[in-house]
Design a protein around this ligand. Structure first.
Ligand code: 6PG
Length: 274
């Protein structure tokens, strides 16, 4: 199996043959970011998303060698979004992360910072905004800097719980918004674009042919106007990685090959051995 990687605009695009190697690479990237941040600052602060795609990665992290190797006592977990449900609801992002990962690794509970999906949406929003400001010790006009933000994309172009056409896409004063939408159609809490774009590393993990068309839209620039919210995620200074499986990348590859933007074949790095 091989992994292909190239740079397009400011993004690093990595394409894997299947979901298993996709999750392996996601774990490698996670571990690399942990090591980089722990070395620099002594801690690692990550915001994770829900959805089905990153679940294999979270389960892998709960197992060896990562269970023993990752410095869990240095890590703080936050969420990019949450559904307004109780933690034992099957669609709770926090509840799912507990089952897949956090219940199985030696991370101090006070380093896990879930969004309060059990509160009424506006209260949950205020609570998380306060939690972020106090944890990062930032003033009213400052935005937190996450070491890593992990995102997915929906077939409609949403990312986190930032949906096409919603006012929350243009929130500049808030770190967290309360919104309604998605599938399931629920009240939700979400980090805002300025927070996502202030991260040191942003990692999109995307799998499946049903995502091919929306991924291709992101890279054709159609996302900038808010039709494809994921396209608005362009870290100001941080690294942007799109980690795709072959099916999700199929259309973007075809489109790019036809256009002048397609990097010369020589710029592709084939990495053997995954
Ligand atoms: C959520 C997510 C959401 C998700 C995408 C992709 O809580 O639902 O944060 O933005 O990442 O909908 O979901 P899949 O990985 O299930 O395709």
């Amino acid at each position: 199996m091989s992994s292909r990687e190239f740079h397009i605009d400011t993004a690093r695009m990595i394409i894997e043959n299947n979901r298993h190697s996709l999750s392996n690479v996601a774990v490698d990237i996670f571990e690399g970011c942990v090591n980089e941040s722990v070395e620099k600052t002594g801690k690692f602060i990550v915001a994770i998303s829900g959805g089905s795609t990153p679940r294999d990665m979270y389960r892998m992290l709960a197992e060896e060698p990562y269970h023993s190797r990752v410095p869990w006592e240095r890590i703080h977990f936050f969420w990019v979004d949450e559904r307004c449900v109780s933690v034992d609801d099957p669609v709770s992002n926090y509840g799912t992360a507990l089952k897949d990962l956090l219940d199985h690794v030696p991370i101090p509970r006070y380093q896990v910072h879930p969004m309060r999906g059990d509160l009424p949406p506006d209260e949950g929003r205020e609570e998380y905004e306060g939690e972020l400001r106090s944890f990062f010790n930032i003033a009213h006009d400052e935005v937190p800097v996450f070491d890593l933000v992990i995102l997915g994309i929906g077939t409609d172009g949403h990312t986190a719980s930032l949906f096409p056409g919603h006012d929350s896409l243009h929130a500049t004063e808030r770190l967290v918004c309360a919104v309604k939408g998605g599938n399931p159609d629920l009240n939700r809490l979400t980090l805002t674009i300025p927070v996502l774009n202030n991260a040191r590393h942003v990692l999109f993990i995307v799998a499946g042919g049903e995502k091919a068309s929306v991924v291709s839209k992101v890279f054709s620039g159609d996302g900038d106007g808010g039709d494809v919210p994921a396209g608005m995620v362009k870290p100001r200074e941080g690294e942007l990685i799109w980690l795709l499986d072959h099916d999700a990348a199929s259309l973007v590859l075809r489109t790019l090959k036809k256009s002048a933007e397609m990097p010369h074949e020589a710029e592709w790095h084939e990495k053997e051995g995954r």
